[in-house]
Design a protein around this ligand. Structure first.
Ligand code: HEC
Ligand code: HEC
Ligand code: HEC
Ligand code: HEC
Ligand code: HEC
Ligand code: HEC
Length: 349
């Protein structure tokens, strides 16, 4: 769901009368409307329509969505975004509460992490809305495809089509042939925080390349105030689990499968290392029943905190920290919560 063309299936917000507007104040609002030519956001001041732009691209959907529209070959963000767990429209994160903003340019940077390819081009209307970037629209490949992680595959496909009996990969790097750092870079190119610096488009990055030629990770490492653009790499690397083992992202994530919300599966991955045999078990294992313990490793040791970008407007879906550690306050909250419930309920949500 990194990016998709906007349509009735991909836009999650409601266009039903009564829930299709966002009110800034008594004078200003934005209306979300379906027309023959697509879905639109239209600003109104004192009842008079001002600007109207079409939803062209949808970013996200798990925690929230942001939308973009094209003006010629230039891309801009629509004023109103969407928050998934509340099923509500919201003023786009970081926007002033009393201004309807259509002018924020969407540059290569968003697409670097949210798409698989787009070719840059000089902007068709130089200086429009202060924007300096343009694209060849037809070259856009939405979302994250195989080659974003595994690298260019044309030679690989050609070779194995011509040599069906050859079982050894020659033109693609297999995961196990990578060093630990290269394995993590496969994800870190996009998962090191949105404030990462990108000296050139990251579409060309492939396994085994030097990461810093494409991306200098964000220096921010705030354990508690993460957001949808949290620095998972930096946080994980600051954890004792990471320092004391050879883990990489794929120790817990199978990126080919959507495991979101499968707490027991994730816990099983913790317990691959934290089990009786390794004498590396939770200090609370005597105090809590095995079921309660098992359902809540994540809630106590990788607690989810409210997203700092979305929280300003409304509480969005909290984001799990990847700094795996002991959080006494979270433990108190979970223990108090468990007391009010019976049995082995999971406190993760
Ligand atoms: C450095 C890479 C990077 C950049 C740059 C970046 N994003 Fe993201 N974005 C991500 C990742 C990774 C996630 C998912 C993180 C997670 O699930 O915790 C994400 C999440 C999101 C989400 C929420 C998705 C969902 O399903 O809930 C939205 C919306 C979003 N980004 C929009 C943008 C926009 C708009 C821009 C440009 C202004 C941008 N991003 C720039 C990497 C990036
Ligand atoms: C978000 C990154 C990502 C994307 C996208 C992705 N993969 Fe993978 N893939 C991985 C990782 C990580 C592994 C190693 C998993 C492991 O061994 O635990 C892997 C392993 C594999 C393997 C086994 C060979 C090897 O290198 O270990 C094949 C084959 C494969 N992927 C094919 C695909 C195909 C085909 C697609 C597109 C449909 C795809 N992958 C998309 C990350 C990705
Ligand atoms: C090219 C950029 C890119 C790469 C490379 C990438 N991701 Fe992501 N990842 C994203 C974006 C963007 C999102 C948010 C998309 C969405 O909300 O559906 C995301 C979402 C996720 C999520 C959250 C999914 C959910 O439903 O909450 C996980 C977990 C994740 N990525 C793990 C990985 C791992 C592990 C790797 C490396 C093997 C990896 N990603 C490589 C861009 C990337
Ligand atoms: C690849 C093995 C591995 C996996 C998987 C793993 N850990 Fe660890 N973990 C370790 C090692 C090694 C240490 C450090 C032990 C030490 O220093 O004595 C550690 C330490 C910890 C600590 C102590 C942290 C501190 O600051 O004192 C906690 C809590 C923890 N792990 C929880 C988890 C949870 C929860 C998961 C699953 C989300 C998990 N671990 C997954 C290997 C792992
Ligand atoms: C020790 C296990 C572990 C490792 C290693 C790990 N993760 Fe995660 N990750 C989790 C768990 C648990 C969740 C929460 C899953 C859920 O809510 O269903 C999660 C969630 C995420 C999310 C979604 C954030 C959210 O809370 O919505 C992203 C993005 C992500 N991981 C990326 C990564 C990347 C990139 C790496 C490597 C740098 C990585 N993870 C390594 C356990 C791990
Ligand atoms: C109710 C919250 C809670 C749950 C559930 C929980 N832990 Fe813990 N865990 C703690 C606290 C608090 C400590 C520190 C206790 C202390 O130092 O006295 C701790 C300590 C640890 C340690 C460090 C042990 C050491 O010797 O220093 C590890 C490793 C650990 N937990 C792993 C896990 C794993 C794996 C799970 C899931 C099977 C889990 N924990 C479930 C709260 C929890």
């Amino acid at each position: 769901m990194a990016s998709q063309p906007a349509n009735a299936n991909t836009i999650l917000g409601s266009f039903a009368k009564g829930s299709n507007d966002f009110l800034f104040n008594d004078h200003m609002k934005v209306l979300m409307e379906k027309r023959d030519s697509g879905f639109y956001q239209t600003s109104y001041i004192d009842g008079k329509p001002q600007q109207s732009q079409r939803f062209d691209i949808v970013f996200g959907g798990v925690k929230g969505q942001t939308y973009a529209y094209w003006v010629s070959n230039e891309l801009f963000q629509l004023p109103i975004s969407y928050i998934t767990n509340k099923h509500e429209w919201l003023n786009s994160p970081g926007y002033a509460p009393d201004k309807i903003i259509f002018e924020r340019a969407i540059g290569t940077k968003c697409l670097d992490c949210h798409a698989s390819y787009i070719k840059e081009a000089p902007p068709a209307i130089p200086g429009f809305n202060g924007n300096s970037e343009g694209f060849e629209k037809s070259t856009l490949i939405y979302s994250i495809d195989c080659e974003r992680c595994h690298g260019p595959a044309a030679e690989h496909v050609k070779f194995h089509t011509e040599n069906p009996d050859e079982k050894q990969a020659k033109f693609i790097a297999t995961f196990k042939s990578l060093t630990r750092d290269q394995k993590i870079n496969m994800c870190a190119i996009c998962h090191s925080g949105a404030n990462s610096h990108m000296p050139k488009p990251t579409f060309g990055y492939k396994p085994q390349d030097t990461l810093t030629k494409y991306m200098i990770p964000s220096p921010e490492l705030d354990y508690k105030h993460i957001d949808v653009h949290g620095n998972q790499r930096g946080l994980l690397e600051s954890s004792k689990c990471f320092i004391g083992s050879k883990m990489d992202c794929s120790t817990c994530h199978d990126t080919h499968i959507n495991d979101r919300g499968n707490t027991l599966l994730y816990t099983a991955r913790c317990m691959a290392c934290h089990n009786n045999d390794s004498h590396n078990i939770c200090k609370l294992s005597k105090q809590l029943s095995p079921d309660v313990l098992k359902s809540n490793c994540i809630a106590c040791h990788m607690p989810a905190f409210a997203s700092k970008v979305i929280v300003l407007e409304q509480a969005g879906t909290p984001v799990h920290t990847h700094h795996i550690a002991i959080y006494p306050e979270e433990t108190q909250k979970i223990l108090a919560f468990l007391k009010t419930k019976s049995g082995g309920a999971s406190a993760d949500k």
